[in-house]
Write a protein that binds this ligand. Sequence first.
Ligand SMILES: [Zn+2]
Length: 153
Amino acid sequence: MRFCADHMLGSLARWLRFLGFDTAYPEVLSDKELINLAESEKRVILTRDKELAKKRNIEALYIESTDLEEQLIQVIVGFNLKITDAFSRCSICNSILVPVKKALVKGKVPEKVYAWQNEYWECQKCQKYYWQGTHFQGIKAKLEELKGKTSAT
Ligand SMILES: [Zn+2]
């Protein structure tokens, strides 16, 4: 499933990419342009705009909360998404990340990170490095827990 987040949902777009979901986050667009983009790229629109989400003939989800974790949960639980490709996409540009050997990031990531992280990924477009920080672990654990609850009921 591919997404297209409206301009109110930048953090959500970045986190969906982090978790491996192809998410477009275009510059501010009119409703019509946003719908065209979603249609041509077969993306589900994620929006804070209730009127837009209600339009006929489009696939859209109205995001209720302004809280990032609640937004993520709404999307992931709502579409029953499985997080199997975390760290496959750059949170900045949506490009595919490639794993890199630890030795290659020496001096390029903070020393403290280098000391305790063994797995790294690189975006070849922005040359940005990624690793699984504590914020990521926290959100992932929370999502797993919530998904456990929803599938049990
Ligand atoms: Zn990138």
